[in-house]
Design a protein around this ligand. Structure first.
Ligand SMILES: [Zn+2]
Length: 61
């Protein structure tokens, strides 16, 4: 199954509703994967505004 990226928080998921921000706005046109394990210390998490660990798309169009 192809993962979609949430257009709001960039979370990668196969769900129809984002488990993070509860939106149903997704894009399949994304690139780059950021694996966020430690939100407090992750630079990419700060840059993307991520508040939960998980896998995120770096770019979502
Ligand atoms: Zn989201």
């Amino acid at each position: 199954m192809v993962e979609k990226a949430c257009t709001k928080c960039h979370l990668l998921t196969t769900e129809n509703v984002c488990p993070n921000c509860k939106t149903s706005s997704f894009s399949t046109d994304w690139s780059g994967v950021a694996l966020v394990m430690d939100v407090e210390r992750s630079e990419i998490a700060k840059r993307l505004g991520v508040k939960k660990k998980g896998r995120y798309a770096i770019k979502v169009r």
